[in-house]
Design a protein around this ligand. Structure first.
Ligand SMILES: [Zn+2]
Length: 986
């Protein structure tokens, strides 16, 4: 399908060079993409034309809002960023081509701990000591902006269209003010409260963490500990029942008597123990204890365990447990036990259905300061929220002799050896289980009760579930995920003990601790932040922050030091960017709330999709989006995570711009990266590696070469002057337009459903099969050999120009640079300066002639059969080019050949025999239907009633068209040419 396969006529010296009389390819559109240079040139052309700005603001259609989920402003771009932003860009470019006003305001998430840590890490210890909150904030601000610029340059190089000069940043004044507006609206609606509550706490970061900031690495082990808490008082009915069973209440409550058995994997919480909880509906057994084998005798004579667990515990603890009495858990309520390590007693209480017989003893060690269930049970019994652990994870004086030990270091061993010394440690071993870690420091977290600010999800959970039901989730499984998460989640802890963030704008009374947070203070501070940015909270004292009348008594008040969870920042973007809050306005007139689409990785069901949903529902009672589309994650070619240690990281910058050694790491260009994004089924995790990149580069070249061939054959074509009307086109050309219409219809649907991988497959099939293998293969003779202005050639060029313009449009959302390059190299004038101004390709209704497909398929099958025979002659050395052949066809008068006979009749009836000609379609010089077999048959086959015989063509080879003709030598002016070529030259 390239110029080199055209007849290459080298005339002898002194004769005419017939090669010069052929119509060969001419186009500046090069075979090589030269993407490193060409793509930036095309981007400069778009910028110069203000193309994105014009289309997104002046298109005639509806506004389309794909709201950008802000990436974190830290670190180099990776292929995950590429998958996300390119998917968004494909959708936006499609919308722009469809005439919609698809304004895309990109965002960055700029606050939070990772940036704060980056800044701190870059400082010397002296600098750190001198650091004020304000100077830390200034450094973090500068760092974030620098990161934004770096990432932005990468996004732009990928050809992403957006408001790059006016992105939204969560550190912008207007954004911060809108976020305070969201917080304020939630406060006034009663959804925000302050409480002492166990939260996920990271001792290594010294802050509370959100669910989304936790990870659960494999292989975590904790000490699994069984301990006995000795009874000191029994409720009267239990005492009576025990006496009846043979154990007097005095014996039971004496030292070495009855104990409740508990199990824990966090021994450091034992000093905070304030109760043991049972499930009132479960059966419990009081058992006599005797050691088995070499297990030392415990310091108790009887143990209470869940009846169902007794047998398992016998072997697990190495103790004989002989049941004396069985009762429901509720009968144990009111038993008082002695703390095994501290001088205090605590009660047995009824917990809830969270107490099961899946593990442990069925009796749960309860520390209300260190667990959510514990906290809730403690609240029922008015137990204090004891939390003898400080923010660094050190036990405090309230932990008695264990004060100063650290929960992640020496607290567990110290407490266990103290317990062992009492004889109340029944067993300890290592235990592997899921345990939450801080995703940043990779260190274990703990539950720790602290004073925090919460959004009460309970207050709007039902509304959130209704909002979820009103959203279209793609894939549909996304709905189940977020629904389950929202139904089960607890209240949202939104405060963080950090500096780099938006302040929680609250004041505390210096003496009473009373909280000052109302419409007046909120509005005032929102105004200050809108004017000065959130720094104002640290720049001013209370007198400078409080509105009247409070400012007059500013000395009474202390401003809070907590900042907001960054998920609250990004979760407020529907207000900060789309203006979806009372008094708010969108960043650009084309943006609207709720957005048409949110599109992020599937982990955002618990992240941004959810935080955005919760804030939006809490304030407006509706979701901030109409549709949510999710994508998976990028893996290597073997399905493994990309990591530096595995050496399998694909750096998108290297893929696009090339590596240090361009032989090994060539610059494939942004279009190949974009083509990858279109090729994957992103509803699951997607692979990428060097092998895949090579395959994609091949596909890219196929498309490019197809386009080059189309352009190269149009160099002397002007549609105004030369185009052949549809009705005057041969069947072959009408078939090609039918295929083009089918492609447009299929691809339009693929883009509508965001199924870009189907586009990728359809595009390849169209270029390789329909165009290269069939249409262009047959068309070579028409294009090169016919007279330049011959209808046989002009009709083909008509099709090529119709196809190439549409092909450019169809690939434009994905291969945007190549599409524009094609457009800029159209060899005739078009009304639109850019392919993106042409709009989404359409096909006139009359192109759709599906009845042309069936006969073409029959003839294509015949071509394949004939080609196999020609190929066998070539390998036998009896024949060279297919034009050296004469083919005889004989069709049996049977049902099996009927479809082919109909197809040949259809072809023979064509009013354009110079094009719709079976011999030309088979690329042979002579074709004979029926009749007597040729004299010297080189190959013969009969399949399903179709006999094909190959012989040498009669006559001699025409020096110009390479056809074998019997009239060579009869034309005195051109003795080496056939009559057809002589006529062309005349
Ligand atoms: Zn000829």
């Amino acid at each position: 399908m390239t110029a080199s396969s055209a007849p290459d006529s080298t005339a002898a010296a002194g004769q005419i060079s017939y090669k010069d009389t052929l119509n060969l390819l001419q186009t500046p559109f090069s075979m090589r993409a030269n993407a490193k240079q060409r793509e930036p040139e095309i981007q400069a052309f778009w910028a110069d034309q203000r193309l994105y700005e014009r289309l997104s603001q002046q298109n005639p259609g509806a506004a389309f809002t794909l709201h950008d989920g802000p990436p974190y402003a830290n670190g180099a771009l990776h292929v995950g960023h590429a998958l996300n932003k390119i998917l968004k860009d494909i959708i936006n470019k499609t919308a722009l081509l469809q005439g919609k006003r698809a304004r895309f305001v990109p965002g960055w998430d700029c606050h939070g701990l990772p940036i704060e840590l980056k800044v701190l890490q870059g400082l010397s210890s002296t600098e750190r000591a001198e650091l004020t909150p304000l100077s830390l904030r200034q450094k973090a601000h500068a760092y974030a902006l620098e990161q934004v610029e770096g990432q932005k340059a990468g996004f732009r190089r990928w050809g992403i269209w957006a408001d790059w000069d006016q992105p939204y940043l969560t550190l912008q004044k207007s954004y911060e003010a809108a976020q305070i507006g969201v917080f304020g609206a939630m406060v006034l609606a009663g959804h925000i409260y302050r409480g002492l509550k166990p939260v996920h706490w990271s001792p290594s970061s010294r802050t509370a963490l959100a669910e989304a900031e936790l990870e659960y690495p494999d292989g975590h082990t904790s000490p699994s500990v069984f301990a006995a808490f000795p009874a000191v008082e029994l409720p009267e009915p239990l005492a009576a029942a025990l006496t009846t069973a043979g154990l007097s209440a005095d014996d039971a409550t004496a030292p070495g008597g009855l104990a409740v058995a508990i199990w824990t994997t966090t021994p450091w919480t034992l000093p905070a123990n304030l109760a043991v909880s049972v499930n009132g509906r479960l059966d419990y057994a009081i058992c006599a204890v005797a050691p088995q084998g070499d297990t030392p005798a415990p310091a108790v004579s009887h143990l209470v365990v869940a009846a169902e667990l007794r047998e398992g515990l016998e072997s697990g603890l190495g103790l004989q447990l002989t049941p004396l009495l069985t009762m429901k858990g509720e009968a144990l309520e009111g038993l008082v036990y002695r703390h095994p390590l501290l001088e205090r007693t605590s009660p047995v209480v009824i917990g809830g259905d969270y107490i099961t017989t899946e593990a442990g003893t069925g009796l749960v060690h309860t520390a209300p300061g260190h667990g959510v269930d514990d906290f809730n049970t403690g609240r029922k019994y008015n137990l204090p929220v004891l939390c003898p652990v400080d923010e660094a994870g050190n036990l405090t004086a309230e932990a008695g002799p264990f004060a100063g030990t650290n929960v992640l270091k020496d607290a567990n061993p110290t407490i266990l050896s103290a317990l062992e010394a009492t004889g109340l440690l029944l067993k300890q071993e290592r235990y592997e289980h899921r345990y939450p870690y801080d995703w940043r420091t990779k260190k274990p977290t703990i539950f720790r009760a602290t004073e925090q600010w919460f959004a009460s999800v309970e207050g709007f959970r039902q509304a959130a579930l209704e909002a979820i039901a009103a959203v279209e989730w793609l894939p549909a499984s996304g709905r189940n995920r977020i629904e389950a998460m929202v139904s089960e989640r607890g209240d949202w802890c939104i405060s963080r003990q950090r500096t780099w963030g938006v302040p929680i704008p609250v004041f505390y009374h210096r003496e009473t601790g009373e909280v000052l947070l109302n419409a007046a203070t909120l509005e005032h501070i929102q105004g200050l932040i809108a004017e000065h940015g959130a720094d104002v909270w640290w720049q001013r004292d209370e007198a400078g922050l409080l509105p009247q009348p409070y400012a007059a008594d500013a000395a009474q008040w202390r401003k809070g030091t907590d900042t907001m969870d960054v998920w609250f920042d990004s979760g407020s973007s529907w207000a900060g960017v789309l203006g979806g809050i009372a008094g708010g306005s969108p960043r650009a007139p084309e943006l609207h709330y709720p957005a048409d689409l949110y599109l992020e990785g599937s982990d955002q069901h618990r992240g941004w999709f959810q935080s955005s949903l919760l804030t939006s529902v809490a304030v407006n009672g509706q979701a901030p989006y109409k549709r949510v589309l999710t994508h998976g994650f990028t893996l290597d070619e073997k399905g493994r995570k990309m990591s530096k240690s595995l050496g399998n990281v694909v750096d998108p910058a290297v893929l696009v711009e090339g590596g240090k050694n361009e032989k090994q790491e060539p610059a494939y260009g942004a279009d190949v990266l974009r083509l990858w994004v279109s090729s994957v089924d992103y509803s699951a995790d997607v692979p990428l590696g060097p092998g895949i990149v090579k395959q994609l580069a091949d596909v890219y070249r196929k498309v490019r070469n197809t386009a080059r061939y189309l352009l190269g054959n149009l160099h002397d074509f002007d549609p105004e002057r030369d185009a052949v009307p549809y009705d005057a086109l041969p069947l072959l050309d009408q078939w090609m337009l039918q295929r083009t219409a089918a492609l447009i219809d299929a691809v339009s649907g693929d883009f509508e459903r965001f199924e870009f991988y189907r586009f990728f497959q359809a595009l390849q099939n169209f270029c390789v099969v329909d165009l290269s293998n069939v249409y262009l293969d047959i068309a070579k003779d028409r294009l090169y050999v016919s007279g330049a202005n011959d209808a046989r050639r002009r009709s083909c060029q008509t099709v090529l120009s119709l196809v190439v313009e549409r092909l450019a449009g169809l690939i434009a959302p994905v291969l945007c640079h190549m599409a524009e390059d094609i457009w800029q190299n159209l060899p005739y004038p078009v009304a639109e300066r850019s392919v993106f101004e042409r709009g989404w390709p359409t096909a006139p209704e009359r192109w759709r002639q599906p009845q042309l497909e069936e006969p073409m398929e029959r003839i294509a099958a015949l071509r394949a059969l004939v080609n196999r025979q020609l190929e066998s002659c070539r390998s036998a050395g009896s024949l060279g080019a297919s034009l050296e052949a004469r083919v005889q066809l004989e069709l049996a008068d049977s049902d099996s050949t009927a479809p082919l006979r109909r197809a040949l009749d259809w072809l023979a009836a064509s009013p354009h025999p110079l094009v719709d000609n079976l011999g030309d379609w088979l690329l042979v010089s002579q074709l004979q239907l029926g009749g007597t077999a040729p004299a010297a048959v080189l190959a013969e086959t009969c399949e399903e009633g179709i006999t094909v015989r190959i012989a040498r063509a009669e006559g001699h080879k025409c020096e110009r068209c390479w056809h074998y003709e019997t009239d060579i030598g009869t034309h005195s002016a051109h003795p080496s040419l056939c009559g057809r070529c002589v006529a062309v030259l005349a």
